[in-house]
Design a binder for this molecule. Structure first.
Ligand code: N7H
Length: 512
């Protein structure tokens, strides 16, 4: 054990990446021939290494210093969230710099297959974790400082009895995010990380995420293609038609557009990560669509059920936006990133403030990003979504009963992850002021109601009726009552994902 440990330290030192350079130099073993990321046709492609190097150089951004999970969005194939407590801070800090840091995967390494590691490793810390490391700086984000549990009652509307107890406790100091194309790789890297940390942490919880199988790859458990509409980010990606271009500082601390002017210097190019374990009751959702199917005479009963689901979401399962194709799905449009995000709810001869024949005001997509529905268009309340489904496919028994199993090994949902530079302006704002607000968007003849996918009316209570309007294209005043929750929060935490140089120079203990 001692020998292995020493060798690891030696190997780690030899692999130390060079910071402060925009050159994309991989010092990791080049063993990959296939990507560790998924790339369904509907999702915007990542920039090539050259494109990203040139865009980032234009704004002085160092992609070798930014943890890889932040900017790449919902493209992970397998991803383990490994939550830990630090039990020996000095040992952890010394191993962080010498052993773990060389394993941390920056953005630059994920952009080409031959620079990708076997398993991408990222790490993020809760406020308690920073405290445990002896970091007393105020990072300028009270949501982060107080922890997610503090947001539960009034902001998120979770029923805390559904929370995994670990998220309500004080044991989560940090989380490793381990992403690869196989679970074997993830597990092998986890063992490597644990060996390097040599007992300085203990596991408190873990959640294994994985892309859904076969043709469902890229779709979340309700069946909808997910990850199409992340924003384009100055200094990283080239915007696709319709894609909002947003300041780097909305996502990376200390960059242009960060709403907080003064932060500790070492936090630059880090990001706040909101993690949520959101259980999805898929059989119940499917039954609801059938029971409340719309009544378009030109559609079959199944198509009318699909139409209701698409209007609740704002996209068809394929990913095609209902704003562009309101009554029938268009899989060709869905698979075309040049067109599948190119809409903003305006149409010629159409009153965006009253007409819901294309997309309801209450659709999840429109509640969480109203696009041209707000004047001027919102540029402050945005997130990068980087989650992944967890849990198995629906079983035949669950489908037959139209009920989710109570067997915990069959729980499924979304390991929901967002990055932003200000949690109260990002994830928490979207959930509180838009999704959970029945009157948003405002000044409507009939209130839109809360978000039919993630909204809650009865803060902190289960299955309180939600009353979205606009779901029936023939009668926008009609309210379709939803008397159960299809998404149940099982809890979460807020974390800070530091830059690699911050890990090296501030969080790690550098023993001479
Ligand atoms: Fe949502 N879903 O699969 O049902 N989401 N979401 N989300 N979501 C989106 O366009 C989903 C959740 C946003 O820019 C799509 O990429 C599920 C929370 C935002 O036009 C689908 C859950 C919050 C967007 C889903 C869930 C958001 C978005 C369309 C929970 C924030 C982009 C795919 C289990 C508080 C809007 C796409 C835009 C899109 C689903 C949660 C926010 C399919 C299942 C908690 C900002």
């Amino acid at each position: 054990m001692r020998l292995t440990f020493s060798l690891s330290l030696f190997a780690a030192a030899a692999l130390q990446p060079a910071f402060g350079s925009t050159n994309v130099v991989s010092l990791k073993p080049r063993t990959r021939t296939n990507s560790l990321l998924i790339s369904p046709a509907a999702l915007p492609a990542l920039p090539s290494a050259q494109q990203a190097a040139s865009a980032s150089a234009d704004v002085g951004l160092n992609l070798t210093d930014i943890q890889g999970d932040i900017l790449i969005g919902m493209k992970k194939n397998k991803e383990l969230f490994f939550f830990f407590t630090i039990v020996n801070s000095t040992l952890f800090r010394s191993q962080l710099g010498s052993g773990i840091l060389p394993l941390i995967t920056p953005t630059s390494q994920l952009l080409a297959v031959d620079t990708q590691p076997t398993t991408a490793v990222n790490v993020a810390f809760s406020q308690r974790g920073l405290n445990a490391l002896g970091i007393t700086d105020d990072l300028g984000d009270s949501s982060f400082a107080n922890g997610q549990i503090d947001n539960v009652a009034t902001i998120l509307g979770d029923e805390t009895s559904n929370w995994e107890p670990v998220f309500a406790g004080s044991g989560i100091h940090g989380v490793f995010l381990l992403a690869s194309d196989t679970i074997d790789n993830v597990n092998a890297t986890l063992s490597q990380v644990q060996n390097l940390l040599n007992g300085s942490i203990t596991e408190v919880y873990s959640l294994q995420g994985q892309a859904r199988p076969g043709d469902e790859q890229g779709h979340e458990h309700f069946g909808f293609m997910d990850g199409i509409s992340n924003p384009a980010i100055t200094g990283f990606s080239t915007p696709l038609p319709g894609q909002q271009v947003l300041d780097l500082g909305l996502f990376l601390l200390g960059e242009s557009g960060d709403p907080v002017v003064s932060r500790p210097a070492w936090t630059k190019d880090g990001s706040f990560m909101a993690f949520r374990q959101l259980q999805q009751r898929v059989p119940e959702f499917n039954k609801f669509l059938v029971d409340n199917a719309l009544s378009n005479p030109n559609l079959t009963a199944d198509q009318n059920a699909e139409l209701l689901g698409a209007r609740m979401m704002g996209r068809w399962k394929s990913g095609a936006p209902v704003d562009l194709t309101p009554i029938v799905d268009d899989p060709v449009l869905a698979a075309d990133p040049q067109r599948n995000n190119d809409f903003n709810y305006t149409h010629s001869g159409f009153d965006i403030d009253t007409d819901q024949t294309h997309c309801p005001f209450s659709a999840h997509l429109r509640k969480t990003n109203p696009r041209a529905g707000l004047t001027p268009e919102d540029t402050a309340n945005h997130i990068i979504r980087a989650g992944i489904p967890y849990g198995p496919e629906v079983t035949d028994a669950e489908s037959a009963a139209n009920v989710s199993s109570t067997d915990p090994t069959l729980e499924r949902g979304l390991a929901f992850v967002t990055y932003q530079s200000d949690i109260a302006n990002g994830f928490a704002f979207l959930q509180q002021f838009w999704a959970n607000n029945a009157n948003f968007p405002g000044a409507k003849a009939t209130p839109p109601g809360v978000d039919p996918i993630i909204g809650t009316d009865g803060l902190g209570q289960a299955d309180v009726s939600r009353n979205p309007s606009g779901l029936d294209p023939n009668d926008s005043t009609k309210i379709i009552t939803i008397d159960q929750d299809f998404v149940v929060s099982r809890g979460g935490e807020y974390f800070f994902s530091p830059s690699l140089s911050a890990i090296q120079n501030t969080l790690a203990l550098n023993v001479a």
